[in-house]
Design a protein around this ligand. Structure first.
Ligand code: URA
Length: 247
């Protein structure tokens, strides 16, 4: 067995332990290829074109911090959390809003939910730094409450700009608020997760609709760490890996 196949097999075993997906038949080293579920090695996650994306993201960050109507008037946060990752990411994870640790460090998903997201990304065969991770709201709401529609209306457009700069192959909203914002629906995440839809860019952007695979928020997964939720999240993530792999 080649080194990459051995590595892929090892990762799949770890993934089953991690996400509790023991329902998937396991034949070490050949299951991935046989089932056609995931690629045998990490999918290439960067694309060559658009070399100025880093600069555009940096400019957007400065503009956001200077003029976002929500974040410049909100008083409950310590640092804004713009987002981080590859400007050429093919997979863009969208969370809800920074939590306490993120607020202290100014980075998305670095607390407990972030550790679970890191495990999810690793299980997909990706590196965190090759993906992009941002939130609907870029400053922590008081007492971690759910973002209000008015806050999303003010801060949400910066997320849209991030997506337009990065132009990922797939958007993965984590949980209800992110999914509802991207899909402009009010349906709950339980109904939306696991189903492909599209994010439709604003008119005139010249960008084609981007596939969206909603899944549960890692904090929800931690609170409901059952065989069923782990299997559902893993099924959603596998669908993303397959989509990226098949281009
Ligand atoms: N939850 C989120 O939605 N975003 C973070 O950055 C951290 C926790």
């Amino acid at each position: 067995m080649s080194r990459s196949r051995t590595e892929a097999a090892r990762r799949l075993v770890e993934t089953d332990i991690l996400l509790g997906t023991t329902d998937i038949p396991l034949v070490l080293g050949t299951r991935a290829e046989k089932a056609g579920e995931v690629s045998p090695g990490p999918a290439p996650l960067s694309s060559p074109e658009g070399g100025d994306r880093e600069a555009r993201l940096a400019q957007l960050r400065d503009r956001h911090d200077a003029e976002c109507p929500h974040c410049t008037s909100a008083r409950a946060h310590t640092k804004t959390v713009f987002g981080e990752g590859s400007a050429h990411a093919k997979v863009f994870f969208v969370g809800e809003a920074p939590g306490e640790t993120e607020d202290q460090l100014g980075r998305p998903f670095v607390g407990r939910a972030g550790q679970k997201l890191d495990e999810m990304i690793k299980a997909m065969g990706y590196r965190r730094e090759d993906c992009y991770i941002a939130n609907v709201l870029k400053s922590r709401p008081p007492n971690n409450r759910t973002p209000l529609p008015a806050e999303i209306a003010q801060c949400g457009p910066y997320l849209v700009e991030q997506i337009l700069i990065i132009r990922p192959m797939v958007l993965v909203p984590l949980g209800g608020p992110a999914t509802q914002l991207l899909l402009k629906v009010e349906t709950g995440i339980t109904k939306l997760r696991g189903h492909w839809t599209h994010w439709v860019p604003p008119d005139g952007s010249g960008i084609a609709p981007i596939p969206v695979m909603p899944t549960f928020h890692p904090a929800y997964l931690l609170r409901n760490y059952t065989q069923q939720t782990r299997s559902e999240v893993w099924s959603d993530l596998k669908a993303v890996v397959e989509r990226v792999r098949s281009g």
